[in-house]
Design a protein around this ligand. Sequence first.
Ligand code: GLU
Length: 513
Amino acid sequence: MMMNRPVRVRFAPSPTGPLHIGGVRTALYNYLFARKHGGKMILRIEDTDSQRFVPGAEEYILESLKWCGIEIDEGVGVGGPHAPYRQSERRDLYLKYALQLVEAGWAYYAFDSAESLDARRKEAEEAGRAFAYNHEVREELETSLRLSKEEVEERIARGDQYVIRFKMPVDEIVKMDDLIRGHVEVNTSTLDDKVLYKSADQLPTYHLANIVDDHLMEISHVIRGEEWLPSLPLHYLLYRAFGWQDLQPEFAHLPLLLKPTGGGKLSKRDGDKMGFPVFPLFWTSPTTGETARGYREDGYFPEAFINMLALLGWNPGTEQEIFSMQELVEGFSLDRVSKSGARFQPDKAKWFNAQYMHHKSNEELAAIYQPILREHGIEVSDELAGKAAGIMKERAQLVTDLWDLTSFFFVAPTTYEEKQAKKYWKGENPRILKEVRDVLASIDDFSLEHTEEVVHAWIQEKGYGMGQVMNTLRLALVGAGKGPGMYDVTAFIGKEECLKRIDNLFENLTPAE
Ligand code: GLU
């Protein structure tokens, strides 16, 4: 790829709700590309569609990027030489560009009322067609293509609402190059005349604001979702209309994230149905109060989440699956982004998280686990928190699994799993457990190894069944048939607590005959 200008990429979300994981992946690929080429990553908030603006969405986007470790070099929240980076704060600058296009014959005023356009739409529908505002009809409509200059000026002066539309050329082939899709051609006659600017709110539409800002912000590469590919011919033509072709960015359209079942774009509904989040963070809608799950709150590590997303659409060309952000930066290239959609696999997301979980040191686990312990009212040293999580980490996939897997280290059971109790709290087991209690009470060095040695020797001497004894002891100490090796538990909770839990079992549960 030719790199004859400084790499400057942008992530340009619209604050219309929580950021979908597809959007996070777009941000990630931009970030990896920028870092790989020593370029800049810009965050621009495209909030010119006041109808779709959702309060809190921008904050959500910023927090999501931060959680993911996607750093912004310039943009909203950071500043930079092209500030402001929020389009609503740049509103005054766009009209000039729209007028420049009108002046040059690339755009025109349109005064059609919503009612007259609705009527047209209806008429077309009745005739079995779809209405398109295009070269076939524009001469008949209320536009500056038909009205005299004076009429147009008069209508604007008296405050008539108008839009400025792009005048799509007729029957011309637009030849485009996409870094992922290759060469694409489209005949302009298939395209309609998009609105660029609206007088009603004095705001540009996405197309105008996006092109003007990409140009002013000296963007070198536009990396965005496939849903914007249909807009590419218009964007090419806008660069031409402004005379900015020489500095036109290169384009790369990323494949869609597909449903786990294949066909169609991954949606929140799929997540709800199959029990996985499609957003990075938990979200509460400020208008409806509706909530959506997030990867962070569901117990995923940001590194695992990013690793998983990176591989949804990009492949490193090797078997390697675990990548740190730095390794992703080094390995990333747009050549290895696939053209076809990437199917999202919720189990694979969990698998990635488990890999990261298994590699965490006790210190790291302590930092993650302490807040959860505190939520449960448990105050322990970092050492114990890390140790408990460390003993069980191989069985954990998510951070949220840790409490269920390790709570017995910190809280004595008061209830007992029925199945386990039925099976072991009967016959001669209560009597044997009393004996085990005496053996434990006699041990001074309560280390894992020593306790194991003494108890095992005693079991053998007595000729008791190992499983029988251990499972009864487990019932007393854990309250269920789960948990790590028994001596991990005895060593962790210590002698006094062991004896107490054995006594508790006798007090809490009457053995069956
Ligand atoms: N504001 C657009 C979005 O929400 C940006 C598309 C683009 O990157 O050009 O996705």
